[in-house]
Design a protein around this ligand. Structure first.
Ligand code: DX5
Ligand code: ZN
Length: 217
């Protein structure tokens, strides 16, 4: 299990300190929620902020683009220092092209699905993705309640990936905390994103241990 803390719930005035604290606490990934005010109602940060923080961190930058027509910005986010770019299947009619372009630019590719989006949209693009992000809340805000229908979706996606002999990672995002971690991992999740249930419970090294203990229980 990989834990990718979502900076959406961190202190935006101290992002450099937060990244340093994550690294010190033993985290290896960090999750950036980029919101454009159109695909989702909220607005967060973009390429310039990531580029500045890239100079100060060796963490794996997992960048979740909640942006309409993300293909317009892929190059800029790679230049800014993203290690993985995740685009929403609902945000572009050209999902395959976007995923292929992300790999061509030299970083890992991911495709995200909103809660209502069926797994069938992955049928012809699964080979193009290094990771599938299963949204377990409706995107846009931190601190929402986990949607229990997600467990079946994760299990079915795990079966689909295994049946094809792929090593695609499954990431889950939204309402994740130590109380649902065991069932998420058992359902087939590899990467857990946590915002509010992580940053509101320092020290971070202890919080990482709580998630790891739950995952192994
Ligand atoms: C929601 C974002 C999430 C969010 C998760 O739109 O994609 O990454 O930060 O926050 P929590 O863990 O608080 O649900
Ligand atoms: Zn996210």
């Amino acid at each position: 299990m990989i834990l990718s803390p979502s900076l959406l719930s961190s202190d935006f005035g101290r992002l450099a300190d937060e990244l340093a604290a994550l690294e010190t606490a033993g985290l290896s990934w960090v999750h950036w929620d980029v919101m454009d005010g159109t695909f989702v109602p909220n607005i967060t940060y973009g390429q310039p902020v990531i580029a500045h923080l890239r100079k100060q961190s060796r963490l794996f930058f997992d960048v979740h683009l909640m942006v309409e027509r993300p293909e317009r910005y892929l190059h800029e986010f790679v230049d800014a220092g993203a290690d993985m770019l995740v685009v929403h299947a609902e945000a572009t009619p050209h999902v395959q092209r976007a995923l292929a372009e992300i790999r061509r630019l030299g970083v890992k590719s991911g495709v995200a699905l909103n809660p209502h989006t069926p797994l069938s949209v992955l049928d012809y693009v699964l080979d193009d993705a290094d990771m599938v992000l299963v949204m377990t809340v409706n995107p846009g805000f931190g601190g929402q309640s986990f949607l229990p229908a997600s467990y079946r979706k994760i299990s079915e996606l795990r079966a689909m990936i295994n049946a094809r002999g792929l090593s695609t990672l499954i990431q889950v995002d939204g309402g994740v905390d130590p109380s649902n971690t065991a069932q998420l991992v058992q359902s087939g999740a590899d990467v857990l994103v946590s915002g509010s249930a992580f940053f509101k419970f320092p020290p971070y090294a202890e919080r990482l241990k709580a998630f790891e203990a739950a995952a192994n229980s």
